[in-house]
Design a protein around this ligand. Structure first.
Ligand SMILES: [Fe+2]
Ligand SMILES: [Fe+2]
Length: 490
Protein backbone atom coordinates (compact mmCIF):
# COMPACT_ATOMS: atom_id res chain seq x y z
CA UNK A 1 0.00 0.00 0.00
CA UNK A 2 2.89 2.33 0.91
CA UNK A 3 4.55 1.56 -2.41
CA UNK A 4 1.33 2.38 -4.25
CA UNK A 5 1.03 5.74 -2.44
CA UNK A 6 4.68 6.52 -3.25
CA UNK A 7 4.05 5.61 -6.91
CA UNK A 8 0.95 7.84 -7.06
CA UNK A 9 2.90 10.73 -5.43
CA UNK A 10 5.74 10.25 -7.91
CA UNK A 11 3.27 10.26 -10.86
CA UNK A 12 1.62 13.36 -9.39
CA UNK A 13 4.98 15.18 -9.09
CA UNK A 14 5.89 14.19 -12.66
CA UNK A 15 2.56 15.54 -13.88
CA UNK A 16 3.10 18.82 -12.00
CA UNK A 17 6.58 19.13 -13.49
CA UNK A 18 5.23 18.42 -16.99
CA UNK A 19 3.05 21.52 -16.64
CA UNK A 20 6.12 23.75 -16.96
CA UNK A 21 5.58 26.34 -19.67
CA UNK A 22 8.31 26.89 -22.24
CA UNK A 23 10.68 29.65 -21.18
CA UNK A 24 10.49 32.94 -23.01
CA UNK A 25 13.64 33.51 -25.07
CA UNK A 26 15.37 36.87 -25.27
CA UNK A 27 15.42 38.60 -28.64
CA UNK A 28 18.52 40.17 -30.11
CA UNK A 29 18.50 43.34 -32.21
CA UNK A 30 18.55 43.01 -36.00
CA UNK A 31 22.17 44.13 -36.26
CA UNK A 32 23.23 41.60 -33.61
CA UNK A 33 21.38 38.82 -35.43
CA UNK A 34 23.10 39.84 -38.65
CA UNK A 35 26.53 39.70 -36.93
CA UNK A 36 25.80 36.24 -35.52
CA UNK A 37 24.72 35.05 -38.99
CA UNK A 38 27.87 36.59 -40.48
CA UNK A 39 30.20 34.76 -38.06
CA UNK A 40 28.27 31.49 -38.58
CA UNK A 41 28.64 31.91 -42.37
CA UNK A 42 32.41 32.37 -42.01
CA UNK A 43 32.60 29.25 -39.83
CA UNK A 44 30.65 27.30 -42.49
CA UNK A 45 32.90 28.65 -45.25
CA UNK A 46 36.06 27.68 -43.34
CA UNK A 47 34.70 24.20 -42.70
CA UNK A 48 33.72 23.66 -46.36
CA UNK A 49 37.04 25.16 -47.54
CA UNK A 50 38.66 21.81 -46.72
CA UNK A 51 36.72 20.25 -49.58
CA UNK A 52 37.12 23.21 -51.95
CA UNK A 53 40.90 22.66 -51.98
CA UNK A 54 40.33 19.34 -53.69
CA UNK A 55 39.45 19.04 -57.37
CA UNK A 56 36.23 20.83 -58.08
CA UNK A 57 35.66 19.44 -61.55
CA UNK A 58 33.64 16.70 -60.03
CA UNK A 59 29.99 17.81 -59.89
CA UNK A 60 29.15 15.59 -56.91
CA UNK A 61 32.01 17.21 -54.97
CA UNK A 62 30.53 20.67 -55.57
CA UNK A 63 27.19 19.42 -54.31
CA UNK A 64 28.84 17.96 -51.21
CA UNK A 65 30.64 21.30 -50.54
CA UNK A 66 27.28 23.13 -50.69
CA UNK A 67 25.65 20.54 -48.45
CA UNK A 68 28.51 20.81 -45.93
CA UNK A 69 28.31 24.60 -45.97
CA UNK A 70 24.61 24.64 -45.14
CA UNK A 71 24.99 21.77 -42.69
CA UNK A 72 27.42 23.79 -40.56
CA UNK A 73 25.41 27.02 -41.02
CA UNK A 74 22.17 25.42 -39.85
CA UNK A 75 23.94 23.62 -37.00
CA UNK A 76 25.50 26.91 -35.82
CA UNK A 77 22.02 28.49 -35.82
CA UNK A 78 20.69 25.54 -33.83
CA UNK A 79 23.61 25.96 -31.38
CA UNK A 80 22.69 29.61 -30.78
CA UNK A 81 19.03 28.60 -30.28
CA UNK A 82 19.92 25.81 -27.83
CA UNK A 83 22.20 28.09 -25.81
CA UNK A 84 19.37 30.65 -25.56
CA UNK A 85 16.96 27.91 -24.57
CA UNK A 86 19.27 26.58 -21.85
CA UNK A 87 19.92 30.05 -20.46
CA UNK A 88 17.27 32.60 -21.52
CA UNK A 89 19.35 35.41 -19.97
CA UNK A 90 22.39 34.68 -22.16
CA UNK A 91 23.84 37.89 -23.59
CA UNK A 92 25.36 38.75 -26.94
CA UNK A 93 28.94 38.62 -25.63
CA UNK A 94 28.39 35.05 -24.50
CA UNK A 95 26.88 34.04 -27.88
CA UNK A 96 29.94 35.51 -29.63
CA UNK A 97 32.20 33.66 -27.19
CA UNK A 98 30.42 30.41 -28.07
CA UNK A 99 30.57 30.80 -31.84
CA UNK A 100 34.03 32.42 -31.55
CA UNK A 101 35.31 29.21 -29.97
CA UNK A 102 33.73 27.25 -32.84
CA UNK A 103 35.46 29.55 -35.31
CA UNK A 104 38.79 29.09 -33.51
CA UNK A 105 38.42 25.30 -33.53
CA UNK A 106 37.59 25.24 -37.26
CA UNK A 107 40.76 27.28 -37.97
CA UNK A 108 42.89 24.91 -35.87
CA UNK A 109 41.32 21.85 -37.51
CA UNK A 110 41.99 23.04 -41.03
CA UNK A 111 45.36 24.77 -40.62
CA UNK A 112 47.13 22.89 -37.80
CA UNK A 113 46.27 19.37 -38.78
CA UNK A 114 49.08 17.88 -36.69
CA UNK A 115 47.47 18.94 -33.39
CA UNK A 116 45.56 16.12 -31.74
CA UNK A 117 41.73 16.49 -31.75
CA UNK A 118 41.86 15.87 -27.99
CA UNK A 119 43.69 19.16 -27.44
CA UNK A 120 41.45 21.06 -29.87
CA UNK A 121 38.03 19.98 -28.60
CA UNK A 122 38.25 19.04 -24.91
CA UNK A 123 39.54 22.30 -23.28
CA UNK A 124 36.89 24.57 -24.94
CA UNK A 125 34.22 22.01 -23.98
CA UNK A 126 35.30 22.34 -20.34
CA UNK A 127 35.02 26.15 -20.46
CA UNK A 128 31.60 26.07 -22.20
CA UNK A 129 30.13 23.45 -19.87
CA UNK A 130 31.25 25.45 -16.83
CA UNK A 131 30.03 28.81 -18.09
CA UNK A 132 26.96 27.90 -20.15
CA UNK A 133 25.81 24.44 -19.12
CA UNK A 134 25.99 20.83 -20.24
CA UNK A 135 23.41 20.93 -23.05
CA UNK A 136 25.07 23.89 -24.76
CA UNK A 137 28.52 22.29 -24.50
CA UNK A 138 27.25 18.94 -25.85
CA UNK A 139 25.68 20.76 -28.82
CA UNK A 140 28.85 22.77 -29.33
CA UNK A 141 31.11 19.73 -29.41
CA UNK A 142 28.77 17.86 -31.78
CA UNK A 143 29.11 20.71 -34.29
CA UNK A 144 32.86 21.02 -33.69
CA UNK A 145 33.17 17.35 -34.71
CA UNK A 146 31.46 17.88 -38.08
CA UNK A 147 33.76 17.56 -41.12
CA UNK A 148 37.12 16.68 -39.70
CA UNK A 149 39.91 17.09 -42.26
CA UNK A 150 42.45 14.33 -42.80
CA UNK A 151 45.69 14.90 -40.94
CA UNK A 152 49.08 14.42 -42.62
CA UNK A 153 49.68 11.37 -40.42
CA UNK A 154 46.32 9.90 -41.32
CA UNK A 155 43.53 10.52 -38.79
CA UNK A 156 42.71 7.50 -36.76
CA UNK A 157 38.98 7.01 -36.25
CA UNK A 158 39.61 5.58 -32.81
CA UNK A 159 41.31 8.82 -31.76
CA UNK A 160 38.20 10.77 -32.83
CA UNK A 161 36.05 8.34 -30.86
CA UNK A 162 38.25 8.74 -27.75
CA UNK A 163 38.09 12.53 -28.18
CA UNK A 164 34.31 12.41 -28.51
CA UNK A 165 33.86 10.27 -25.39
CA UNK A 166 36.36 12.40 -23.37
CA UNK A 167 34.66 15.64 -24.38
CA UNK A 168 31.18 14.24 -23.60
CA UNK A 169 32.42 13.26 -20.12
CA UNK A 170 33.92 16.74 -19.65
CA UNK A 171 30.66 18.37 -20.85
CA UNK A 172 28.55 16.36 -18.42
CA UNK A 173 30.90 16.75 -15.45
CA UNK A 174 31.66 20.40 -16.24
CA UNK A 175 27.97 21.34 -15.86
CA UNK A 176 27.86 19.75 -12.40
CA UNK A 177 31.26 20.56 -10.93
CA UNK A 178 30.97 23.00 -8.04
CA UNK A 179 34.58 23.77 -7.10
CA UNK A 180 37.93 24.56 -8.67
CA UNK A 181 39.46 21.55 -6.84
CA UNK A 182 37.08 19.19 -8.67
CA UNK A 183 37.98 20.93 -11.92
CA UNK A 184 41.65 20.20 -11.25
CA UNK A 185 40.81 16.54 -10.66
CA UNK A 186 38.99 16.40 -14.01
CA UNK A 187 41.93 18.03 -15.77
CA UNK A 188 44.17 15.21 -14.53
CA UNK A 189 41.78 12.26 -14.75
CA UNK A 190 40.42 12.95 -18.26
CA UNK A 191 43.88 13.09 -19.94
CA UNK A 192 44.79 9.95 -17.98
CA UNK A 193 41.62 8.25 -19.23
CA UNK A 194 42.38 9.40 -22.77
CA UNK A 195 45.88 7.95 -22.45
CA UNK A 196 44.51 4.59 -21.32
CA UNK A 197 41.91 4.68 -24.12
CA UNK A 198 44.57 5.41 -26.70
CA UNK A 199 46.76 2.66 -25.27
CA UNK A 200 43.98 0.09 -25.68
CA UNK A 201 42.70 1.20 -29.07
CA UNK A 202 45.86 2.45 -30.74
CA UNK A 203 48.56 0.56 -28.86
CA UNK A 204 51.86 2.09 -27.83
CA UNK A 205 54.92 2.44 -29.92
CA UNK A 206 58.27 2.16 -28.13
CA UNK A 207 59.34 5.24 -30.04
CA UNK A 208 56.64 7.17 -28.19
CA UNK A 209 58.77 7.06 -25.08
CA UNK A 210 62.01 7.90 -26.86
CA UNK A 211 60.41 10.60 -29.02
CA UNK A 212 58.57 12.23 -26.11
CA UNK A 213 59.81 15.76 -26.31
CA UNK A 214 58.10 18.80 -24.81
CA UNK A 215 59.19 20.95 -27.77
CA UNK A 216 57.34 18.63 -30.15
CA UNK A 217 54.10 18.51 -28.22
CA UNK A 218 52.14 20.35 -30.92
CA UNK A 219 53.73 18.93 -34.01
CA UNK A 220 53.90 15.27 -33.01
CA UNK A 221 50.40 13.90 -33.49
CA UNK A 222 50.12 10.19 -32.95
CA UNK A 223 52.39 10.07 -29.91
CA UNK A 224 49.89 9.09 -27.25
CA UNK A 225 52.01 10.40 -24.39
CA UNK A 226 52.44 13.86 -25.87
CA UNK A 227 48.72 13.98 -26.86
CA UNK A 228 47.60 13.36 -23.28
CA UNK A 229 50.29 15.59 -21.78
CA UNK A 230 49.31 18.49 -24.04
CA UNK A 231 45.64 17.93 -23.18
CA UNK A 232 46.41 18.12 -19.44
CA UNK A 233 48.40 21.34 -19.90
CA UNK A 234 45.62 22.97 -21.97
CA UNK A 235 42.92 21.93 -19.48
CA UNK A 236 44.95 23.40 -16.62
CA UNK A 237 45.42 26.62 -18.62
CA UNK A 238 41.66 26.74 -19.25
CA UNK A 239 41.04 26.48 -15.48
CA UNK A 240 43.67 29.16 -14.73
CA UNK A 241 42.16 31.57 -17.26
CA UNK A 242 38.55 30.77 -16.31
CA UNK A 243 38.19 33.72 -13.87
CA UNK A 244 39.40 36.11 -16.60
CA UNK A 245 36.91 34.64 -19.10
CA UNK A 246 34.19 34.89 -16.43
CA UNK A 247 34.75 38.62 -16.01
CA UNK A 248 35.23 39.40 -19.73
CA UNK A 249 32.19 37.46 -20.99
CA UNK A 250 30.05 37.68 -17.85
CA UNK A 251 30.04 33.89 -17.46
CA UNK A 252 28.69 32.70 -14.14
CA UNK A 253 30.17 29.31 -13.32
CA UNK A 254 29.06 27.20 -10.37
CA UNK A 255 32.53 27.58 -8.85
CA UNK A 256 32.19 31.39 -9.06
CA UNK A 257 28.72 31.29 -7.48
CA UNK A 258 30.02 29.18 -4.63
CA UNK A 259 32.98 31.49 -4.11
CA UNK A 260 30.60 34.45 -3.92
CA UNK A 261 28.36 32.58 -1.46
CA UNK A 262 31.27 32.24 0.96
CA UNK A 263 30.16 34.15 4.05
CA UNK A 264 33.75 35.27 4.67
CA UNK A 265 33.55 37.51 1.58
CA UNK A 266 34.19 41.13 2.68
CA UNK A 267 30.77 42.40 1.57
CA UNK A 268 28.90 39.65 3.44
CA UNK A 269 31.09 40.18 6.50
CA UNK A 270 30.19 43.89 6.37
CA UNK A 271 26.49 42.95 6.17
CA UNK A 272 26.76 40.64 9.19
CA UNK A 273 28.54 43.30 11.30
CA UNK A 274 26.84 46.53 10.17
CA UNK A 275 23.34 45.14 9.56
CA UNK A 276 23.04 41.93 11.65
CA UNK A 277 19.24 41.87 11.41
CA UNK A 278 19.35 42.03 7.62
CA UNK A 279 22.01 39.30 7.59
CA UNK A 280 19.82 37.03 9.72
CA UNK A 281 16.85 37.72 7.41
CA UNK A 282 19.10 36.90 4.44
CA UNK A 283 20.13 33.52 5.86
CA UNK A 284 16.53 32.48 6.52
CA UNK A 285 15.57 33.65 3.06
CA UNK A 286 18.33 31.50 1.55
CA UNK A 287 16.75 28.40 3.10
CA UNK A 288 13.29 29.21 1.73
CA UNK A 289 14.48 30.19 -1.75
CA UNK A 290 16.88 27.24 -2.08
CA UNK A 291 14.21 24.67 -1.20
CA UNK A 292 11.64 26.17 -3.60
CA UNK A 293 14.17 26.41 -6.45
CA UNK A 294 15.24 22.81 -5.92
CA UNK A 295 11.57 21.73 -6.06
CA UNK A 296 10.93 23.35 -9.44
CA UNK A 297 14.30 22.31 -10.91
CA UNK A 298 15.82 25.82 -11.07
CA UNK A 299 19.37 27.01 -10.46
CA UNK A 300 19.87 26.48 -6.72
CA UNK A 301 23.41 27.94 -6.57
CA UNK A 302 22.26 31.09 -8.37
CA UNK A 303 19.28 31.69 -6.07
CA UNK A 304 21.39 31.03 -2.96
CA UNK A 305 24.05 33.56 -3.96
CA UNK A 306 21.44 36.06 -5.21
CA UNK A 307 19.60 35.78 -1.86
CA UNK A 308 22.79 36.51 0.08
CA UNK A 309 23.33 39.78 -1.79
CA UNK A 310 19.71 40.89 -2.39
CA UNK A 311 19.56 43.42 0.47
CA UNK A 312 23.16 44.70 0.50
CA UNK A 313 21.74 48.16 -0.28
CA UNK A 314 20.57 48.33 3.35
CA UNK A 315 24.23 48.85 4.28
CA UNK A 316 23.83 52.53 3.33
CA UNK A 317 21.48 53.11 6.29
CA UNK A 318 20.96 49.90 8.34
CA UNK A 319 19.05 51.56 11.18
CA UNK A 320 16.26 52.68 8.86
CA UNK A 321 15.17 49.06 8.42
CA UNK A 322 13.09 47.43 11.12
CA UNK A 323 15.14 44.23 11.43
CA UNK A 324 18.21 46.26 12.51
CA UNK A 325 16.43 48.51 15.01
CA UNK A 326 17.18 48.05 18.70
CA UNK A 327 15.22 49.42 21.66
CA UNK A 328 12.20 50.12 19.43
CA UNK A 329 13.74 53.36 18.15
CA UNK A 330 12.43 53.89 14.65
CA UNK A 331 13.96 56.89 12.82
CA UNK A 332 10.96 56.91 10.45
CA UNK A 333 8.76 57.99 13.39
CA UNK A 334 11.07 60.93 14.10
CA UNK A 335 11.20 61.84 10.40
CA UNK A 336 7.40 61.72 10.15
CA UNK A 337 7.52 62.14 6.38
CA UNK A 338 6.14 59.09 4.50
CA UNK A 339 7.44 60.30 1.13
CA UNK A 340 11.02 60.65 2.45
CA UNK A 341 10.70 57.24 4.13
CA UNK A 342 9.61 55.73 0.80
CA UNK A 343 12.69 57.24 -0.86
CA UNK A 344 14.91 55.63 1.80
CA UNK A 345 13.29 52.25 1.04
CA UNK A 346 13.84 52.70 -2.72
CA UNK A 347 17.45 53.62 -1.90
CA UNK A 348 18.11 50.10 -0.62
CA UNK A 349 17.63 48.99 -4.24
CA UNK A 350 19.50 51.84 -5.97
CA UNK A 351 22.42 51.86 -3.53
CA UNK A 352 22.44 48.05 -3.60
CA UNK A 353 23.07 48.09 -7.36
CA UNK A 354 25.87 50.64 -6.86
CA UNK A 355 27.52 48.55 -4.13
CA UNK A 356 27.18 45.39 -6.26
CA UNK A 357 28.91 47.13 -9.17
CA UNK A 358 31.65 48.42 -6.87
CA UNK A 359 32.30 44.86 -5.67
CA UNK A 360 32.10 43.59 -9.28
CA UNK A 361 29.25 41.14 -8.71
CA UNK A 362 28.12 39.39 -11.92
CA UNK A 363 24.98 40.67 -13.67
CA UNK A 364 22.76 37.64 -12.86
CA UNK A 365 23.42 38.32 -9.14
CA UNK A 366 22.85 42.09 -9.48
CA UNK A 367 19.45 41.31 -11.09
CA UNK A 368 18.20 39.98 -7.76
CA UNK A 369 18.52 43.44 -6.17
CA UNK A 370 15.83 45.38 -8.11
CA UNK A 371 13.76 42.33 -9.09
CA UNK A 372 13.17 41.03 -5.55
CA UNK A 373 11.18 44.20 -4.85
CA UNK A 374 9.64 44.43 -8.35
CA UNK A 375 7.04 47.19 -8.44
CA UNK A 376 5.58 46.35 -5.03
CA UNK A 377 3.75 49.01 -3.05
CA UNK A 378 5.31 50.27 0.18
CA UNK A 379 2.01 49.62 1.94
CA UNK A 380 2.80 51.03 5.39
CA UNK A 381 4.11 54.41 4.18
CA UNK A 382 1.35 54.70 1.56
CA UNK A 383 -1.18 54.20 4.35
CA UNK A 384 0.58 56.84 6.48
CA UNK A 385 0.68 59.28 3.54
CA UNK A 386 -3.02 58.73 2.82
CA UNK A 387 -3.80 59.58 6.41
CA UNK A 388 -2.25 62.99 5.79
CA UNK A 389 -3.42 63.53 2.22
CA UNK A 390 -6.06 61.33 0.54
CA UNK A 391 -5.04 62.39 -2.99
CA UNK A 392 -1.44 61.30 -2.69
CA UNK A 393 -0.03 59.56 -5.79
CA UNK A 394 0.45 55.79 -5.30
CA UNK A 395 3.34 55.76 -7.80
CA UNK A 396 5.56 57.59 -5.30
CA UNK A 397 5.13 54.64 -2.97
CA UNK A 398 6.02 51.88 -5.42
CA UNK A 399 9.44 50.34 -6.05
CA UNK A 400 10.79 51.22 -9.49
CA UNK A 401 11.09 47.59 -10.65
CA UNK A 402 11.48 45.76 -12.96
CA UNK A 403 9.25 42.87 -11.91
CA UNK A 404 11.11 39.52 -11.65
CA UNK A 405 12.41 38.41 -15.05
CA UNK A 406 13.42 34.88 -14.06
CA UNK A 407 11.98 32.13 -11.91
CA UNK A 408 14.89 32.45 -9.48
CA UNK A 409 14.38 36.19 -8.80
CA UNK A 410 10.60 35.61 -8.56
CA UNK A 411 11.12 32.88 -5.94
CA UNK A 412 13.28 35.29 -3.96
CA UNK A 413 10.49 37.91 -4.07
CA UNK A 414 7.98 35.34 -2.78
CA UNK A 415 10.38 34.11 -0.07
CA UNK A 416 11.10 37.74 0.93
CA UNK A 417 7.35 38.27 1.42
CA UNK A 418 6.83 35.06 3.40
CA UNK A 419 9.97 35.10 5.59
CA UNK A 420 8.86 37.67 8.19
CA UNK A 421 5.33 36.25 8.39
CA UNK A 422 6.61 32.69 8.91
CA UNK A 423 9.18 33.78 11.48
CA UNK A 424 6.50 35.61 13.45
CA UNK A 425 4.11 32.63 13.42
CA UNK A 426 3.08 30.94 16.63
CA UNK A 427 5.14 27.81 17.35
CA UNK A 428 1.92 25.87 17.92
CA UNK A 429 0.32 26.91 14.63
CA UNK A 430 -0.84 24.03 12.42
CA UNK A 431 0.52 23.25 8.95
CA UNK A 432 -2.83 24.33 7.53
CA UNK A 433 -2.54 27.78 9.10
CA UNK A 434 1.04 28.21 7.83
CA UNK A 435 0.03 27.15 4.31
CA UNK A 436 -2.88 29.60 4.45
CA UNK A 437 -0.53 32.52 5.21
CA UNK A 438 1.96 31.43 2.52
CA UNK A 439 -0.85 31.12 -0.06
CA UNK A 440 -2.25 34.53 0.90
CA UNK A 441 1.12 36.27 0.39
CA UNK A 442 1.91 34.45 -2.87
CA UNK A 443 -1.58 35.03 -4.30
CA UNK A 444 -1.35 38.75 -3.50
CA UNK A 445 1.91 38.94 -5.51
CA UNK A 446 0.22 37.14 -8.42
CA UNK A 447 -2.80 39.45 -8.34
CA UNK A 448 -0.47 42.45 -8.21
CA UNK A 449 1.05 41.29 -11.54
CA UNK A 450 4.53 40.76 -10.09
CA UNK A 451 4.93 37.27 -11.58
CA UNK A 452 3.84 38.08 -15.14
CA UNK A 453 7.35 37.74 -16.63
CA UNK A 454 8.55 34.74 -14.68
CA UNK A 455 6.24 32.23 -16.41
CA UNK A 456 5.32 30.06 -13.47
CA UNK A 457 2.87 27.25 -14.09
CA UNK A 458 0.17 26.45 -11.53
CA UNK A 459 2.10 23.31 -10.68
CA UNK A 460 5.24 25.32 -9.91
CA UNK A 461 3.34 27.77 -7.70
CA UNK A 462 1.93 24.80 -5.80
CA UNK A 463 5.43 23.31 -5.39
CA UNK A 464 6.78 26.66 -4.13
CA UNK A 465 4.04 26.89 -1.50
CA UNK A 466 4.71 23.32 -0.33
CA UNK A 467 8.47 23.91 -0.14
CA UNK A 468 8.02 27.09 1.93
CA UNK A 469 5.78 25.06 4.26
CA UNK A 470 8.45 22.35 4.56
CA UNK A 471 11.10 24.93 5.48
CA UNK A 472 8.74 26.45 8.06
CA UNK A 473 8.25 22.98 9.58
CA UNK A 474 12.04 22.70 9.84
CA UNK A 475 12.24 26.13 11.47
CA UNK A 476 9.51 25.15 13.96
CA UNK A 477 11.31 21.93 14.78
CA UNK A 478 14.46 23.89 15.61
CA UNK A 479 12.52 26.16 17.95
CA UNK A 480 11.01 23.29 19.97
CA UNK A 481 12.53 23.39 23.45
CA UNK A 482 14.51 20.33 24.45
CA UNK A 483 14.08 19.06 28.02
CA UNK A 484 16.50 20.66 30.51
CA UNK A 485 16.97 19.95 34.19
CA UNK A 486 14.31 22.51 35.02
CA UNK A 487 11.56 21.32 32.69
CA UNK A 488 12.52 17.66 32.52
CA UNK A 489 9.69 15.62 34.01
CA UNK A 490 11.62 12.36 34.05
FE1 LIG B 1 14.69 44.21 -0.05
FE1 LIG C 1 14.90 41.10 1.86
Amino acid sequence: MQNLTRLINKANNLWIKSQLPTRKLINFKKIDRFLILFVCTIISAISSYVLVTRQLQNFSLIISVIINFFEILICSGVLVYISKKEDPTINLRQIFFLIGLLFFVQILKTNFKAISPLSIIVPPTLVISQGMGTITSLSWLSIAFLIWPNSPNGMNEYLLLITFVSSCIVAILGGKIRSRAQLLQVSILVPLGALIGQFFFLGINNNDFYNFNIQELISKQGNILSDSFLLAILMLLAIIFMPILESIFGLVTKARLLELADQEKPLLRRLSIEAPGTFEHTLLLCGLAEEATRMIGGNVDLVKTGALYHDIGKLHAPNWFIENQNDNINPHDELDNPLESAKILQDHVDKGIQIAKKYRLPKPIVNFIPEHQGTLKMGYFLFKAKEKDKNVSENNFKYKGPIPQSKETAILMLADGCEAALRAMDINASDKEALKIISKIINSRIQDGQLLDSNFSRGEIYLIKISFLNVWKRMRHRRIQYPTEKNNDL
